[in-house]
Design a protein around this ligand. Structure first.
Ligand SMILES: NC(=O)c1ccc[n+]([C@@H]2O[C@H](COP(=O)([O-])OP(=O)(O)OC[C@H]3O[C@@H](n4cnc5c(N)ncnc54)[C@H](OP(=O)(O)O)[C@@H]3O)[C@@H](O)[C@H]2O)c1
Length: 324
């Protein structure tokens, strides 16, 4: 099979398209023909060597799959050849998604929502699972609460807006001006242009000084350390971003705040819950750009550049017929 192999840590040119043996499913495993994957910041962080101690080279990387079951190993009961499936491969544990075939445990695989294309489903599994873990499992967002979602036009943020609205929350989000209409079209109630206005001032003005119940941080740094300033009493902060510098969050004391640190975990349950929202028309990933597997370096370079003009996700058509 064809696979994009990471041969050394470095820039986008570090990948090489190679022929490698097709994997074979073992007990409890499923062989999937990969139709589509997508790019996440984790992909370029891995490529650069940020997690070099966890990734053995040469490696097949990549963290989203939508495809079709080709074969099942002994003991598999949930899936049969021909089923359309979607999932995030185990992170830092075995080959990733930049290949024509992938083998995974049936416990992390979900049935693909039928109303989503492969490019769409591959654009939702990792970011959707992360949002579910952050907003529903950790922050326990409730009907009628308010939430500030940082980075509302990004891969994670654009899904978070839709999930928060589906939960009955009032959504505030930060985006650059060019993405304001996009954020509103996803359901955001209040859109803050982070380049023009201080988001703490905007939240306090828009909430009459009360603050929000939940802050979802997809940016890090200043965004995390100033989050307590936007919180209501008993507010919760969920961050999904590495905290590289010590953060002074002493203001969180005065707010009786709680903090949650999330690194996405794979399981079928979250995929099925996301599928329910998709089926009800409350959630749909936005595919902002599509590249072929051979052009993965271009896709990495684009996602890595600031102000790259991408709304939502960059999808990768592993099956060539998915790209025009
Ligand atoms: N812990 C986990 O499990 C987990 C899972 C998924 C992602 N992550 C992390 O979460 C972060 C976001 O991921 P993603 O997939 O959403 O990335 P992405 O698709 O690149 O989106 C990031 C968004 O943030 C916007 N942005 C940049 N600076 C901003 C600021 N100061 N205020 C508000 N928005 C700003 C960017 O848009 P403009 O530059 O155009 O404004 C872009 O829309 C990454 O660091 C990623 O590694 C962690």
């Amino acid at each position: 099979m064809k696979a994009m192999i990471l041969k050394s840590f470095g820039g986008p040119e570090s990948f090489e398209l190679c022929d490698v043996p097709k994997p074979v499913p073992g007990t409890g495993q499923v062989l999937v023909r990969v139709y589509a994957t997508s790019i996440n910041p984790l992909d370029y962080q891995v490529r650069r060597g940020d997690y070099s101690e966890l990734v053995q080279l040469p490696a097949i990387t990549g963290h989203d799959i939508s495809g079709v079951v080709e074969e099942v190993g002994p003991g598999v009961t949930t899936f049969a050849p021909g089923d359309e499936v979607w999932y995030t491969p185990q992170i830092f544990d075995g080959p990733g998604s930049y290949a024509e075939y992938h083998v995974a445990a049936e416990s992390i695989i979900g049935k693909k929502p039928s109303s989503l294309s492969h490019l769409e489903a591959a654009s939702l599994s990792l970011v959707g699972g992360t949002v579910w873990e952050a907003l529903i499992v950790r922050a326990a967002l409730r009907v009628g609460e308010s939430i500030l979602i940082h980075g509302g036009a990004g891969g994670v943020g654009h899904v978070a807006i839709q999930v928060a609205k589906a939960m009955g929350a009032k959504v505030f989000t930060t985006v650059r001006e060019a993405n304001s209409e996009f954020a509103r079209s996803l359901g955001a109630d209040v859109v803050i242009d982070y380049e023009k206005e201080d988001y703490v001032d905007a939240i306090m003005r828009e909430t009459g000084g009360r603050g929000v119940d939940v802050v979802f941080d997809t940016i890090g740094g200043n965004t995390l350390s100033r989050s307590p300033d936007t919180l209501a009493q008993l507010g919760r902060v969920v961050t999904i971003v590495d905290v590289a510098q010590p953060q002074n969050v002493v203001n969180a004391w005065g707010k009786n705040a709680s903090y949650h640190f999330v690194f996405t975990r794979q399981n079928r349950g979250k995929l099925d819950e996301l599928s329910a929202l998709v089926a009800r028309g409350q959630l749909r990933p936005h595919v902002g750009a599509v590249y072929s597997l051979a052009d993965i370096a271009l896709a990495h370079a684009r996602l890595e550049s600031p102000n790259n003009g991408v709304r939502g996700k960059i999808a990768i058509a592993v099956e060539p017929s998915l790209i025009s």
